[in-house]
Ligand binder design. Structure first.
Ligand code: SF4
Ligand code: SF4
Length: 388
């Protein structure tokens, strides 16, 4: 990645600039993963062209509610957050770990090859960048790193985007983040809407500057001036001011530690379906289950192959807490308590960080409309049933 003068900032046209960014990332050997509007939601998928990203799309989000709308504005990032998260691109919902074949009296063990091309995540919001950092703590920096996660995560290029229009379910400012990503990216884009609609790009790393220089050269993009950067700050400030779910996340670990017999757990359990949707959309959940599958043969002869697979699991599954053949958490109340107290409380002690980035996905995608920050706030109020 050289041959271009380094560029730390550039002002890009929202259409041709985005197209150039996708082209340059692909030319540098990345598989570009970006938001796409498909099937009534925003999800993340491989793209080949800047036009594959949504234009003029908004989302309506509320507890148990998501709707995609269009406003004809031509904005490229006027929605947030997606239904999807980046998690599945580093940590797939299902993957083969190894395959064992019996041949001529011996066994041959094979493992899937790591991906041929590194990933470029285009359009990562601050909650998503921090969500990947949480997964890194668990799957990369822990005592037992996951080699498949490490292979996908290694060399991944991150193009972060400032959130200009937070959803009603967003609460990242209470969870240690904010609309303006501050770290963990190679390039940060901020969309400034209006008459002078533009994308202001800032490099966060050396290789981000290399890519940005190539993009700027393709579109003859000027460097950002003070007025551009001031507009970016104003976009982030307006978005932060629009967050409506203030939560005192810093006090939650202590308060929740003393709330294990709080009567509100039963109140939530009366509404919770134990469907696990919240854990599936969460960008930081990492529980898995592993099984061995031996395919049946057509002619009834002994099987010659066995496949070991890993699949996402959820603390809402009854058998997830099996100990000695019986579930330790047999009630919905105990499973919801596990989910909430681990995310917001005990994760701190285990991994040195909160397990929640305040993205609000679990609220939007809960079919019962259970709103995690609201429930946490109620649980943080001491009751007579609390354990001292
Ligand atoms: S617990 Fe909910 S708000 Fe927190 S990171 Fe997971 S999905 Fe987002
Ligand atoms: S909190 Fe909502 S999404 Fe999560 S398991 Fe219960 S009903 Fe499903």
């Amino acid at each position: 990645m050289n041959g271009f003068p380094k560029t730390a900032t550039a002002v890009l046209d929202p259409s041709s600039g985005l197209a150039a960014l996708v082209e340059v990332l692909r030319a540098h050997g990345f598989q570009v993963i970006a938001p796409v509007a498909r099937g009534g939601v925003i999800s993340y998928d491989a793209v080949r062209d800047g036009d594959d990203l949504p234009t003029g799309v908004r989302t309506e989000q509320a507890p148990g509610h998501f709707r995609l709308t269009t406003d004809g504005s031509g904005t490229r990032f006027g929605w947030t957050p997606a239904a999807d998260s980046w998690r599945r691109w580093f940590f797939p919902a299902e993957e083969e770990l190894l395959r064992i074949r019996r041949t001529d009296g011996s066994f041959v063990v094979s493992r899937p090859e790591p991906p041929a091309r590194p990933l470029a995540l285009l359009g990562a919001r601050d909650c998503e960048v921090r969500g990947v950092a949480v997964l890194d703590r668990v799957l990369l920096e822990g005592e037992h790193p996951d080699p498949r996660y490490a292979a996908r995560r290694r060399d991944a290029f991150v193009v972060a985007v400032t959130c200009g229009v937070p959803a009603d379910t967003c609460w990242c400012t209470s969870a240690g983040g904010g609309p303006h990503p501050e770290a963990g990216f190679d390039i940060r884009l901020t969309e400034v809407p209006g008459d002078a609609h533009r994308l202001v790009a800032e490099a966060g790393t050396e290789r981000g500057a290399d890519v940005l220089a190539a993009v700027a050269a393709r579109c003859a993009a000027p460097e950002a001036g003070d007025a551009d950067l001031a507009d970016c700050a104003a976009v982030a400030e307006r978005a932060a001011a629009g967050m409506r779910r203030p939560v005192d996340a810093a006090t939650l670990p202590t308060l929740l530690a003393g709330a294990d017999r709080h009567p509100h757990w039963d109140d939530v359990a009366a509404r919770c379906l134990s469907c696990a949707n919240c854990t599936l959309v969460c960008p930081t959940c990492f529980c898995v289950t592993i099984d061995d599958v031996t395919p049946l043969t057509d002619d009834g002869s002994p099987a010659t192959e066995s496949v070991r697979r890993q699949q996402w699991a959820s603390c809402f599954q009854l058998d997830h807490s099996n100990l000695g053949g019986r579930p330790v958490r047999s009630t919905t109340a105990s499973r919801y308590r596990q989910w909430l107290t681990h995310k917001l409380g005990t994760w701190q002690a285990q991994f040195g960080t909160s397990g929640c980035v305040g993205c609000g996905r679990c609220t939007t995608w809960c079919p019962a409309g259970i709103d995690l920050p609201v429930e946490a706030a109620l649980l943080a109020v001491p009751s007579e049933g609390d354990v001292a």
